[in-house]
Design a binder for this molecule. Structure first.
Ligand code: SF4
Length: 449
Protein backbone atom coordinates (compact mmCIF):
# COMPACT_ATOMS: atom_id res chain seq x y z
CA UNK A 1 0.00 0.00 0.00
CA UNK A 2 1.36 3.37 -0.92
CA UNK A 3 1.65 5.97 1.86
CA UNK A 4 1.10 9.50 0.67
CA UNK A 5 0.28 12.48 2.81
CA UNK A 6 2.11 14.86 0.54
CA UNK A 7 -0.01 16.66 -2.00
CA UNK A 8 0.88 16.76 -5.64
CA UNK A 9 1.50 20.46 -5.70
CA UNK A 10 2.77 21.73 -9.03
CA UNK A 11 6.51 21.61 -9.09
CA UNK A 12 8.08 24.95 -8.32
CA UNK A 13 11.67 25.94 -8.63
CA UNK A 14 14.03 25.01 -5.86
CA UNK A 15 15.42 27.90 -3.83
CA UNK A 16 18.05 29.95 -5.57
CA UNK A 17 21.25 27.99 -5.44
CA UNK A 18 23.86 29.91 -3.55
CA UNK A 19 26.53 30.79 -6.08
CA UNK A 20 29.91 31.67 -4.71
CA UNK A 21 31.62 29.73 -1.98
CA UNK A 22 31.59 32.12 0.96
CA UNK A 23 32.94 31.54 4.45
CA UNK A 24 31.08 29.15 6.77
CA UNK A 25 30.46 25.51 7.53
CA UNK A 26 28.39 23.68 4.98
CA UNK A 27 28.69 20.06 6.07
CA UNK A 28 26.07 18.91 8.63
CA UNK A 29 27.73 16.30 10.82
CA UNK A 30 25.50 16.47 13.88
CA UNK A 31 22.38 17.99 15.39
CA UNK A 32 21.64 20.25 17.25
CA UNK A 33 24.48 22.52 16.05
CA UNK A 34 27.62 22.64 18.18
CA UNK A 35 27.04 26.27 19.15
CA UNK A 36 24.20 25.01 21.39
CA UNK A 37 26.45 22.67 23.36
CA UNK A 38 27.38 24.41 26.63
CA UNK A 39 29.76 24.04 29.56
CA UNK A 40 26.84 24.48 31.98
CA UNK A 41 25.42 21.12 30.80
CA UNK A 42 28.43 19.12 31.95
CA UNK A 43 26.50 17.80 34.97
CA UNK A 44 24.07 16.12 32.58
CA UNK A 45 26.97 14.51 30.77
CA UNK A 46 28.45 13.24 34.04
CA UNK A 47 25.05 11.72 34.91
CA UNK A 48 24.78 10.11 31.47
CA UNK A 49 28.05 8.20 31.78
CA UNK A 50 26.94 6.81 35.15
CA UNK A 51 23.72 5.37 33.71
CA UNK A 52 23.43 1.88 32.25
CA UNK A 53 23.10 1.82 28.46
CA UNK A 54 20.10 0.75 26.45
CA UNK A 55 21.27 -2.80 25.86
CA UNK A 56 20.41 -2.65 22.18
CA UNK A 57 22.49 0.42 21.46
CA UNK A 58 25.90 -0.44 20.01
CA UNK A 59 29.05 1.26 21.24
CA UNK A 60 31.80 2.70 19.06
CA UNK A 61 35.08 4.49 19.73
CA UNK A 62 36.48 7.49 17.91
CA UNK A 63 40.01 8.71 18.58
CA UNK A 64 41.26 12.01 17.22
CA UNK A 65 44.97 12.05 16.35
CA UNK A 66 45.69 15.76 15.96
CA UNK A 67 49.12 15.65 14.28
CA UNK A 68 49.90 16.52 10.67
CA UNK A 69 53.07 17.10 8.68
CA UNK A 70 51.69 20.40 7.33
CA UNK A 71 48.47 22.34 7.78
CA UNK A 72 46.38 22.28 4.59
CA UNK A 73 45.06 25.72 3.68
CA UNK A 74 41.45 24.50 3.79
CA UNK A 75 41.78 22.60 7.06
CA UNK A 76 39.40 23.44 9.91
CA UNK A 77 40.31 20.57 12.24
CA UNK A 78 42.27 20.84 15.45
CA UNK A 79 45.75 19.84 14.28
CA UNK A 80 49.35 20.44 15.33
CA UNK A 81 52.39 20.39 13.07
CA UNK A 82 55.01 21.10 15.75
CA UNK A 83 54.71 18.27 18.30
CA UNK A 84 57.79 16.18 19.06
CA UNK A 85 57.83 12.54 20.12
CA UNK A 86 57.63 13.45 23.84
CA UNK A 87 54.46 15.47 23.21
CA UNK A 88 53.00 12.66 21.13
CA UNK A 89 53.80 10.21 23.92
CA UNK A 90 52.03 12.46 26.43
CA UNK A 91 49.03 12.56 24.10
CA UNK A 92 48.88 8.78 23.77
CA UNK A 93 49.15 8.45 27.56
CA UNK A 94 46.34 10.97 27.98
CA UNK A 95 44.06 9.22 25.47
CA UNK A 96 44.62 5.90 27.23
CA UNK A 97 43.90 7.50 30.59
CA UNK A 98 40.71 8.92 29.10
CA UNK A 99 39.61 5.53 27.81
CA UNK A 100 40.52 4.01 31.20
CA UNK A 101 38.22 6.43 33.03
CA UNK A 102 35.33 5.70 30.65
CA UNK A 103 35.91 1.94 30.72
CA UNK A 104 34.99 1.94 34.43
CA UNK A 105 31.75 3.89 33.95
CA UNK A 106 28.28 2.35 34.00
CA UNK A 107 27.34 3.41 30.47
CA UNK A 108 29.70 0.74 29.11
CA UNK A 109 27.38 -1.90 30.58
CA UNK A 110 29.60 -4.80 29.52
CA UNK A 111 29.58 -3.68 25.88
CA UNK A 112 32.62 -4.02 23.64
CA UNK A 113 33.15 -1.62 20.75
CA UNK A 114 31.47 -2.63 17.48
CA UNK A 115 33.42 -0.07 15.49
CA UNK A 116 36.57 1.93 16.04
CA UNK A 117 37.60 4.98 14.06
CA UNK A 118 40.96 6.76 14.06
CA UNK A 119 40.47 10.22 12.58
CA UNK A 120 42.43 13.38 12.47
CA UNK A 121 44.58 15.11 11.90
CA UNK A 122 46.66 12.34 10.50
CA UNK A 123 46.49 9.06 12.45
CA UNK A 124 49.16 7.64 10.11
CA UNK A 125 51.56 10.33 11.37
CA UNK A 126 52.20 8.03 14.37
CA UNK A 127 55.19 5.69 14.20
CA UNK A 128 54.74 1.93 14.34
CA UNK A 129 55.92 1.87 17.98
CA UNK A 130 53.49 4.65 18.91
CA UNK A 131 50.66 2.87 17.10
CA UNK A 132 51.34 -0.40 18.88
CA UNK A 133 51.56 1.30 22.27
CA UNK A 134 48.30 3.09 21.62
CA UNK A 135 46.29 0.19 20.25
CA UNK A 136 47.64 -2.42 22.71
CA UNK A 137 46.61 -0.04 25.50
CA UNK A 138 43.16 0.48 24.00
CA UNK A 139 42.53 -3.24 23.55
CA UNK A 140 43.61 -3.96 27.13
CA UNK A 141 40.97 -1.52 28.38
CA UNK A 142 38.12 -2.44 25.98
CA UNK A 143 38.81 -5.47 23.78
CA UNK A 144 38.26 -5.22 20.04
CA UNK A 145 37.20 -8.83 19.47
CA UNK A 146 33.63 -7.78 18.62
CA UNK A 147 34.66 -4.90 16.35
CA UNK A 148 33.05 -5.17 12.92
CA UNK A 149 35.17 -2.38 11.49
CA UNK A 150 38.36 -0.55 12.41
CA UNK A 151 38.92 2.53 10.23
CA UNK A 152 42.18 4.38 9.97
CA UNK A 153 42.66 7.69 8.13
CA UNK A 154 46.00 8.10 6.35
CA UNK A 155 47.96 10.77 4.59
CA UNK A 156 49.74 8.99 1.72
CA UNK A 157 53.17 10.52 2.43
CA UNK A 158 53.27 9.05 5.94
CA UNK A 159 52.82 5.43 4.86
CA UNK A 160 55.51 2.80 4.46
CA UNK A 161 55.04 -0.90 3.79
CA UNK A 162 56.25 -1.54 7.35
CA UNK A 163 53.59 0.77 8.82
CA UNK A 164 50.85 -0.64 6.62
CA UNK A 165 51.69 -4.20 7.68
CA UNK A 166 51.56 -3.08 11.31
CA UNK A 167 48.16 -1.45 10.74
CA UNK A 168 46.77 -4.65 9.30
CA UNK A 169 48.21 -6.68 12.20
CA UNK A 170 46.67 -4.23 14.65
CA UNK A 171 43.29 -5.03 13.10
CA UNK A 172 42.55 -2.14 10.76
CA UNK A 173 39.88 -3.25 8.29
CA UNK A 174 39.30 -0.02 6.40
CA UNK A 175 42.12 2.19 5.29
CA UNK A 176 41.01 5.64 4.23
CA UNK A 177 43.54 7.38 2.03
CA UNK A 178 43.37 11.18 1.96
CA UNK A 179 44.28 11.63 -1.71
CA UNK A 180 42.14 14.76 -2.30
CA UNK A 181 43.66 15.42 -5.75
CA UNK A 182 46.23 13.80 -8.04
CA UNK A 183 47.80 16.98 -9.41
CA UNK A 184 51.05 18.01 -7.76
CA UNK A 185 50.57 21.71 -8.39
CA UNK A 186 47.05 21.67 -6.90
CA UNK A 187 48.21 19.59 -3.94
CA UNK A 188 51.03 22.01 -3.33
CA UNK A 189 49.11 25.29 -3.54
CA UNK A 190 46.44 23.90 -1.22
CA UNK A 191 49.10 23.13 1.36
CA UNK A 192 48.91 19.32 1.21
CA UNK A 193 51.97 17.53 2.52
CA UNK A 194 51.93 14.72 -0.06
CA UNK A 195 52.52 14.56 -3.80
CA UNK A 196 51.10 12.23 -6.45
CA UNK A 197 53.98 9.75 -6.46
CA UNK A 198 53.37 9.10 -2.75
CA UNK A 199 49.73 8.31 -3.51
CA UNK A 200 50.68 5.64 -6.02
CA UNK A 201 53.31 4.14 -3.73
CA UNK A 202 51.08 4.06 -0.64
CA UNK A 203 48.14 2.62 -2.55
CA UNK A 204 50.31 -0.12 -4.06
CA UNK A 205 51.68 -1.13 -0.64
CA UNK A 206 48.19 -1.06 0.88
CA UNK A 207 46.85 -3.35 -1.82
CA UNK A 208 49.74 -5.77 -1.29
CA UNK A 209 49.11 -5.87 2.45
CA UNK A 210 45.49 -6.75 1.71
CA UNK A 211 43.13 -4.55 3.68
CA UNK A 212 39.51 -5.66 3.39
CA UNK A 213 38.54 -2.15 2.31
CA UNK A 214 40.52 0.76 0.91
CA UNK A 215 38.78 4.10 0.54
CA UNK A 216 40.02 7.10 -1.39
CA UNK A 217 39.01 10.61 -0.33
CA UNK A 218 38.75 13.35 -2.94
CA UNK A 219 37.82 17.02 -2.61
CA UNK A 220 35.82 18.70 -5.38
CA UNK A 221 36.84 22.32 -5.64
CA UNK A 222 40.34 22.74 -4.28
CA UNK A 223 42.04 26.02 -5.14
CA UNK A 224 42.78 26.09 -8.91
CA UNK A 225 40.72 22.97 -9.67
CA UNK A 226 39.58 22.91 -13.31
CA UNK A 227 37.15 20.81 -15.31
CA UNK A 228 39.98 19.05 -17.10
CA UNK A 229 41.85 18.29 -13.91
CA UNK A 230 38.72 17.04 -12.17
CA UNK A 231 38.04 14.64 -15.04
CA UNK A 232 41.62 13.43 -14.71
CA UNK A 233 41.14 12.88 -10.96
CA UNK A 234 38.09 10.74 -11.67
CA UNK A 235 39.92 8.80 -14.38
CA UNK A 236 42.86 8.06 -12.09
CA UNK A 237 40.54 7.05 -9.26
CA UNK A 238 38.72 4.58 -11.51
CA UNK A 239 42.07 3.25 -12.70
CA UNK A 240 43.09 2.55 -9.09
CA UNK A 241 39.77 0.80 -8.46
CA UNK A 242 39.44 1.39 -4.71
CA UNK A 243 36.66 -0.33 -2.75
CA UNK A 244 35.03 3.02 -2.10
CA UNK A 245 35.45 6.66 -3.04
CA UNK A 246 34.41 9.52 -0.78
CA UNK A 247 34.06 12.98 -2.29
CA UNK A 248 33.63 16.16 -0.28
CA UNK A 249 32.73 19.52 -1.73
CA UNK A 250 35.20 22.17 -0.62
CA UNK A 251 33.87 24.41 2.14
CA UNK A 252 35.74 27.30 3.74
CA UNK A 253 35.00 27.50 7.48
CA UNK A 254 36.18 30.43 9.57
CA UNK A 255 39.32 28.87 11.03
CA UNK A 256 40.97 28.00 7.72
CA UNK A 257 44.08 29.63 6.31
CA UNK A 258 42.09 30.41 3.17
CA UNK A 259 39.56 32.41 5.18
CA UNK A 260 42.31 34.28 7.03
CA UNK A 261 43.73 35.26 3.67
CA UNK A 262 40.27 36.32 2.39
CA UNK A 263 39.80 38.44 5.50
CA UNK A 264 43.20 40.09 5.12
CA UNK A 265 42.33 40.96 1.52
CA UNK A 266 38.78 42.08 2.39
CA UNK A 267 37.24 39.40 0.15
CA UNK A 268 33.88 37.72 0.70
CA UNK A 269 34.24 35.11 -1.99
CA UNK A 270 36.64 32.19 -1.51
CA UNK A 271 39.12 31.51 -4.32
CA UNK A 272 37.50 28.18 -5.15
CA UNK A 273 34.78 27.02 -7.55
CA UNK A 274 31.18 28.00 -6.86
CA UNK A 275 28.70 25.49 -5.44
CA UNK A 276 27.07 24.68 -8.74
CA UNK A 277 30.41 23.77 -10.28
CA UNK A 278 31.37 21.62 -7.29
CA UNK A 279 28.04 19.79 -7.48
CA UNK A 280 28.53 19.24 -11.19
CA UNK A 281 31.96 17.77 -10.50
CA UNK A 282 30.60 15.35 -7.91
CA UNK A 283 27.71 14.48 -10.25
CA UNK A 284 30.22 13.73 -13.02
CA UNK A 285 32.32 11.56 -10.70
CA UNK A 286 29.28 9.58 -9.55
CA UNK A 287 28.13 8.97 -13.13
CA UNK A 288 31.60 7.85 -14.22
CA UNK A 289 31.92 5.56 -11.21
CA UNK A 290 28.48 4.10 -11.87
CA UNK A 291 29.49 3.36 -15.45
CA UNK A 292 32.19 1.00 -14.15
CA UNK A 293 29.94 -0.69 -11.60
CA UNK A 294 30.10 1.46 -8.47
CA UNK A 295 26.95 2.26 -6.49
CA UNK A 296 26.34 5.65 -4.92
CA UNK A 297 25.64 4.82 -1.28
CA UNK A 298 25.43 8.29 0.24
CA UNK A 299 25.76 11.96 -0.67
CA UNK A 300 29.53 11.58 -0.53
CA UNK A 301 30.30 7.94 -1.25
CA UNK A 302 30.38 5.42 -4.07
CA UNK A 303 31.20 1.76 -3.38
CA UNK A 304 32.49 -0.89 -5.75
CA UNK A 305 30.64 -3.83 -4.25
CA UNK A 306 27.61 -2.82 -2.24
CA UNK A 307 27.23 -6.21 -0.57
CA UNK A 308 30.83 -6.38 0.60
CA UNK A 309 31.60 -2.76 1.37
CA UNK A 310 30.17 -1.60 4.64
CA UNK A 311 30.39 1.69 6.46
CA UNK A 312 29.70 0.49 9.98
CA UNK A 313 30.89 3.70 11.64
CA UNK A 314 28.69 5.91 9.48
CA UNK A 315 25.62 3.71 9.57
CA UNK A 316 25.72 3.04 13.32
CA UNK A 317 26.42 6.64 14.14
CA UNK A 318 23.59 7.88 11.95
CA UNK A 319 21.29 5.42 13.71
CA UNK A 320 22.08 6.84 17.14
CA UNK A 321 24.85 4.51 18.40
CA UNK A 322 26.80 5.57 21.47
CA UNK A 323 30.09 7.09 20.34
CA UNK A 324 32.83 7.22 22.94
CA UNK A 325 35.04 9.96 21.56
CA UNK A 326 38.57 10.43 22.77
CA UNK A 327 41.20 13.04 22.06
CA UNK A 328 41.46 16.77 21.77
CA UNK A 329 38.34 18.56 20.43
CA UNK A 330 36.62 15.29 19.55
CA UNK A 331 32.87 15.01 19.95
CA UNK A 332 30.76 12.05 20.99
CA UNK A 333 27.34 10.92 22.05
CA UNK A 334 26.57 8.86 25.15
CA UNK A 335 23.14 7.87 26.47
CA UNK A 336 21.43 10.71 24.57
CA UNK A 337 23.94 13.40 25.58
CA UNK A 338 26.27 15.08 23.09
CA UNK A 339 29.68 16.17 24.33
CA UNK A 340 32.88 17.71 23.08
CA UNK A 341 36.36 17.65 24.56
CA UNK A 342 38.74 20.50 25.33
CA UNK A 343 39.82 22.29 22.16
CA UNK A 344 43.49 22.66 22.98
CA UNK A 345 46.31 20.22 23.47
CA UNK A 346 47.71 21.41 26.81
CA UNK A 347 44.41 21.65 28.73
CA UNK A 348 43.33 18.31 27.27
CA UNK A 349 46.49 16.54 28.45
CA UNK A 350 46.55 18.43 31.78
CA UNK A 351 42.98 17.45 32.66
CA UNK A 352 43.78 13.80 32.15
CA UNK A 353 47.03 14.04 34.09
CA UNK A 354 44.85 15.25 36.97
CA UNK A 355 42.65 12.18 36.49
CA UNK A 356 39.64 14.17 35.24
CA UNK A 357 37.67 13.82 32.01
CA UNK A 358 38.53 16.60 29.52
CA UNK A 359 34.95 17.32 28.45
CA UNK A 360 34.38 20.95 27.62
CA UNK A 361 30.72 21.30 26.58
CA UNK A 362 27.62 19.12 26.33
CA UNK A 363 23.97 19.03 25.37
CA UNK A 364 21.18 16.62 26.27
CA UNK A 365 19.24 16.17 23.06
CA UNK A 366 15.47 16.01 23.52
CA UNK A 367 13.60 13.06 21.97
CA UNK A 368 12.52 15.33 19.14
CA UNK A 369 16.09 16.54 18.55
CA UNK A 370 17.37 12.95 18.48
CA UNK A 371 14.64 12.14 15.96
CA UNK A 372 15.65 15.11 13.79
CA UNK A 373 19.31 14.16 14.10
CA UNK A 374 18.78 10.61 12.90
CA UNK A 375 16.34 11.65 10.20
CA UNK A 376 18.61 14.27 8.62
CA UNK A 377 21.74 12.13 8.88
CA UNK A 378 19.98 9.12 7.34
CA UNK A 379 18.58 11.30 4.58
CA UNK A 380 22.21 11.67 3.45
CA UNK A 381 21.96 8.02 2.41
CA UNK A 382 19.35 8.98 -0.18
CA UNK A 383 16.37 7.36 1.53
CA UNK A 384 14.91 6.73 4.96
CA UNK A 385 12.49 4.15 6.27
CA UNK A 386 9.25 5.47 7.78
CA UNK A 387 8.72 2.36 9.91
CA UNK A 388 12.22 2.67 11.42
CA UNK A 389 11.19 5.98 13.01
CA UNK A 390 7.81 4.63 14.00
CA UNK A 391 9.42 1.78 15.85
CA UNK A 392 12.24 3.73 17.42
CA UNK A 393 10.57 7.05 18.26
CA UNK A 394 6.86 6.13 18.08
CA UNK A 395 6.56 9.01 15.62
CA UNK A 396 5.11 9.19 12.14
CA UNK A 397 7.74 11.20 10.31
CA UNK A 398 5.29 12.01 7.50
CA UNK A 399 3.26 13.95 10.05
CA UNK A 400 6.16 15.27 12.12
CA UNK A 401 7.99 16.59 9.05
CA UNK A 402 4.93 17.28 6.88
CA UNK A 403 6.02 20.81 6.05
CA UNK A 404 9.69 20.27 5.11
CA UNK A 405 8.82 17.08 3.24
CA UNK A 406 6.23 19.00 1.25
CA UNK A 407 8.79 21.74 0.57
CA UNK A 408 11.33 19.25 -0.78
CA UNK A 409 8.62 17.60 -2.84
CA UNK A 410 7.55 20.95 -4.29
CA UNK A 411 11.16 21.59 -5.23
CA UNK A 412 11.14 18.34 -7.18
CA UNK A 413 13.56 16.56 -4.85
CA UNK A 414 11.54 14.02 -2.91
CA UNK A 415 9.12 11.13 -3.30
CA UNK A 416 7.37 8.82 -0.85
CA UNK A 417 6.63 5.25 -1.76
CA UNK A 418 5.39 2.62 0.61
CA UNK A 419 7.75 2.75 3.58
CA UNK A 420 10.48 4.76 1.90
CA UNK A 421 11.11 8.50 1.63
CA UNK A 422 13.62 9.05 -1.18
CA UNK A 423 15.46 12.03 -2.53
CA UNK A 424 16.84 12.25 -6.05
CA UNK A 425 20.44 12.79 -7.18
CA UNK A 426 20.02 16.57 -7.47
CA UNK A 427 18.97 16.73 -3.83
CA UNK A 428 21.70 14.36 -2.73
CA UNK A 429 24.34 16.61 -4.25
CA UNK A 430 23.18 19.58 -2.15
CA UNK A 431 21.81 17.67 0.81
CA UNK A 432 23.64 19.58 3.54
CA UNK A 433 21.87 22.84 2.76
CA UNK A 434 18.48 21.12 2.37
CA UNK A 435 18.71 19.46 5.77
CA UNK A 436 18.20 22.82 7.47
CA UNK A 437 14.54 22.62 6.39
CA UNK A 438 14.08 19.90 9.04
CA UNK A 439 15.75 21.81 11.87
CA UNK A 440 13.88 23.44 14.73
CA UNK A 441 13.43 27.19 14.13
CA UNK A 442 16.03 28.17 16.72
CA UNK A 443 18.69 26.04 14.99
CA UNK A 444 18.06 27.04 11.38
CA UNK A 445 20.54 29.86 11.09
CA UNK A 446 22.92 28.74 13.80
CA UNK A 447 26.61 28.81 13.10
CA UNK A 448 27.72 25.18 12.77
CA UNK A 449 30.78 25.35 15.00
S1 SF4 B 1 45.88 16.41 6.51
FE1 SF4 B 1 43.71 16.66 7.04
S2 SF4 B 1 43.72 17.16 9.21
FE2 SF4 B 1 45.83 17.46 8.48
S3 SF4 B 1 45.95 19.62 7.97
FE3 SF4 B 1 45.36 18.55 6.09
S4 SF4 B 1 43.09 18.58 6.08
FE4 SF4 B 1 43.78 19.10 8.15
Amino acid sequence: MSTTVLTNAPEINSPAIEKQTTVGNYFVSNYPPFSFWKAENLGEFNDAVEKSPKVTNPLGIYLHIPFCRKRCHFCYFRVYTDKDSAAIRSYIDAALKELGIYAAKNFIGGRKPKFIYFGGGTPSYLSVDQLRMLTDGMKALLPWDEAEEVTFECEPGTLTDHKLKALREIGVTRLSLGVENFDDHILEINGRAHLSKEIARAYGYAREVGFPQINIDLIAGMVEETDANWRENVRKTIEMSPDSVTIYQMEIPYNTTIYKQMKAEGKLEAPVADWETKRNWVAYAFVELEKVGYTVSSAYTAVKDKKKTQFVYRDRLWAGADLLSLGVASFGHINGVHYQNQHDFDPYVARLQEGALPVHRALTATDDERLIREFVLQLKLGSVSISYFNQKFATDVLTRFAQPLQTLKDWGFLTVQEDIISINRDALLQIDRLLHEFFLAEHKNARYA
